[in-house]
Design a protein around this ligand. Sequence first.
Ligand code: NDP
Length: 444
Amino acid sequence: MEYVDQVLAAVKEKNAHEPEFLQTVTEVLNSLRPVVERHPEFQKAKLLERLVEPERIISFRVPWVDDQGEYHINRGFRVQFNSAIGPYKGGLRFHPSVNQSILKFLGFEQIFKNSLTGLPIGGGKGGCDFDPKGKSDNEVMRFCQSFMTELYRHIGADCDVPAGDIGVGGREIGYLYGQYKRITGQYEGVLTGKGLTYGGSLARTEATGYGLCYYTDEMLRDNGKSFEGKTVVISGSGNVAIYANQKATQLGAKVVAMSDSNGYIYDPNGIDYKVIQEIKEVKRARIKTYLDYVPGARYVEGCRGIWTVPCDIALPCATQNELDVEGAQALMNNGCFAVAEGANMPTTLEATELLQSKGVLFGPAKAANAGGVATSALEMSQNSMRMAWTFEEVDQKLHDIMVNIYHTSAKAAEEYGMKGNLVAGANIAGFLKVANAMMAQGLV
Ligand code: NDP
């Protein structure tokens, strides 16, 4: 049996109850076949076997009290996956669906994504099955304080630096940081996505959405196309989706549909990102409320139907496995020629293969959405230097990083005989740096 098949079989046997983790390991290892063939030393060093096993998983109880005085117990995690090239880095997700499989999938992806940024950051991810929806600010604060009361002993500016993800935005990072500082007495860059008054970086809020568009723009240009005059559909209406809308619009496109987990809105005149920002970030309301602002728009119940809206470019920015074969087929039937992933693993393996086989330009998450973590790393640099760069400086660095990620991935794909396959290219380029660092550091 080939080395990759051996490792995949063992991973499937050991982690049979972790479907999301198996999905990402299968995708990544399959595209590494030509690399391990060229590097027999990796097999000898059991490199892939080590790569698929997290260095450490911390699982803990998070007790908190709601406004009515009732007790609640949630399950918190931090997956410290790989520290070969830098301190663990990756977001925290607060969503009822959170479990070990989802965090291992996200942590595994993060290793390669972080490597692709070219910055010295390892891979990690964490979170909790807590649902911030409908909770008061005080409830969210008490929950965050309880979560950090355990997490603080496992993280640090040079060891593990969490950030936001689904359900963890500026408000949550603020409460988490306050509690970390209170317990440790340390004013350090231990979290990113912080507010601007206490160590945050300008452009971090916008970074993932902007970065997604910078990457997509480069992919389009490399294929003789651009955002100018194109129709775009963006799923989700959270942090990534809002700023992807802003940047795509700035680059000349029109964003006609966005969604939340209940349904999607369609506005043929183009959705103003500021309205979504107001609905989601200020009012914390449902996307349906858009009709109160733009009565001519349409709201459709159910979020999956968004892929039936005709568009040239689709940017899935909500959650994993939201774009399946049926959605991909609907996009292609309507002439969509490019898909770039703002969310992590939003496209199923089968849908990805279908899109690629039909010649749709496909930008994979670990490359296309790396702008968030790259800017988090820039926030870490500014914290270490005790300095702050301007918005323009950070944005320019972000732009350059995304353009570089595109070309590094495209080049790696070509070098290994898979020209145009940006999924394989991102996996290979991200992997090689980590693999070389692991080889140099011996059996650890
Ligand atoms: P937010 O919590 O700000 O927004 C998430 C959006 O996705 C909301 O509109 C939410 O709708 C929707 N959504 C969440 N879960 C589901 C679901 N199960 N079905 C349908 N819709 C859902 O999160 P972010 O924008 O930060 O993250 C979105 C994606 O981008 C995630 O995959 C995340 O891992 C990825 N990402 C985020 C980065 C960042 O910097 N924030 C960096 C890199 C990747 P509702 O409000 O109804 O739940």
